[in-house]
Design a protein around this ligand. Structure first.
Ligand code: 13P
Length: 256
C-alpha cells in the first residue's frame, strides 16, 4: 500500500516576521521550480508567521503547520493558542509531542493525548513525535519507551482518527547534535513502530502511516535515510532554516 512522503521543516523559535516570510517565499519558489516528485512539503513556523505564509502557500505544494496548540477549545489561558485559532488562518498541520516540549515544558503523554484530540477536532493533522534519550538508547529500554509514547499519546484514537496522524521518530540524542541516527538504526526503529501500529490497528493502517525521521538530517544524509523501507521522509530542524538545504532535502527521495 502506498503512503505519502513528506518533508516537514520545524523552524522552532527562530526568525523574525520578515525573515520568516522571506524564507517561506524562497522555499515556495524553489519547490515550484525544482521538485518533480509528489512528496509533500510542510513548514511549521512560529505562530507569528502562520497567517502570512498560509496566504503565500495557496495553490502550490507547500503546506503550513504550527509547532504547538493548547488542549482547550478557548478560554482564560493567557498566552496560549487553540487549534481553532491555528486552523482559522489556514494551517493544516501541528507538531505535537516534540521532545523539546516534553523536556522543557513538562508535556506529559496524557496532556499530549488531549492535544491530539483538540487538533483532530479542528481538522489539524498532528505530526506526532516520539523519541528516546541517550540513556534510554544505551540501556536498551528504547523500544519500551517508544511503545509507551505511542500507546499513551495516540492509541485512544480509532483507526479513522489515526489515519490523520503523521508520526516522527526523533531520537533526542540526534536533535541538534550533528549525531544522526545511522540509516540502519533509524530503519530498525521505524520498522518497530510500524509493527506496533500493525498490532494495534492492523496491517493496512500500519502500511499507510507516514513515519518521518528527525535529528540532524541534512542534504548529505537525507537520501540514504529516505531510501530505507520504512522511512517516509524527514522532520528537519536546523537545515530547514536555509532554503537551499531544505529544498535539497525535499529532493532527496529516490536519489540514494
Ligand atoms: P535538527 O534537524 O536541528 O537536529 O532538529 C530536528 C528536530 O528537532 C525537528 O523537529
Amino acid at each position: 500500500m502506498s503512503r505519502k512522503n513528506i518533508v516537514a521543516g520545524n523552524w522552532k523559535m527562530n526568525l523574525n516576521y520578515e525573515e520568516g516570510v522571506s524564507l517561506f517565499s524562497e522555499i515556495v519558489n524553489m519547490v515550484n521550480d525544482e521538485v518533480v516528485g509528489n512528496q509533500e512539503v510542510v513548514v511549521c513556523s512560529p505562530f507569528i508567521h502562520l497567517n502570512s505564509i498560509t496566504k503565500l502557500s495557496t495553490g502550490n505544494k507547500v503546506s503550513v503547520g504550527a509547532q504547538n496548540i493548547h488542549q482547550a477549545a478557548s478560554g482564560a489561558y493567557t498566552g496560549e493558542i487553540s487549534a481553532a485559532q491555528v486552523k482559522s488562518v489556514g494551517a493544516t498541520y501541528v507538531i505535537l509531542g516534540h521532545s523539546e516540549r516534553r523536556a522543557y515544558f513538562g508535556e506529559t503523554d496524557e496532556l499530549l493525548a488531549q492535544k491530539v484530540d483538540a487538533a483532530l477536532e479542528h481538522q489539524l493533522k498532528p505530526i506526532f513525535c516520539i523519541g528516546e534519550t541517550k540513556e534510554e538508547r544505551e540501556s536498551g529500554s528504547f523500544f519500551a519507551v517508544l511503545q509507551a509514547q505511542l500507546e499513551k499519546g495516540l492509541f485512544h484514537l480509532d483507526a479513522a482518527e489515526f489515519a490523520q496522524v503523521v508520526l516522527a521518530y526523533e531520537p533526542v540524542w540526534a536533535i541538534g547534535t550533528g549525531l544522526t541516527a545511522s540509516p540502519e538504526q533509524a530503519q530498525e526503529v521505524h520498522a518497530f513502530i510500524r509493527a506496533t501500529l500493525a498490532k494495534h490497528y492492523g496491517e493496512d493502517v500500519a502500511e499507510s502511516t507516514t513515519i518521518l525521521y528527525g535529528g540532524s538530517c541534512n542534504p548529505s544524509n537525507a537520501s540514504t535515510l529516505f531510501a530505507q523501507k520504512d522511512i517516509d521522509g524527514g522532520l528537519i530542524g536546523g537545515a530547514s532554516l536555509k532554503s537551499r538545504d531544505f529544498v535539497d532535502i525535499v529532493k532527496a527521495f529516490n536519489q540514494a
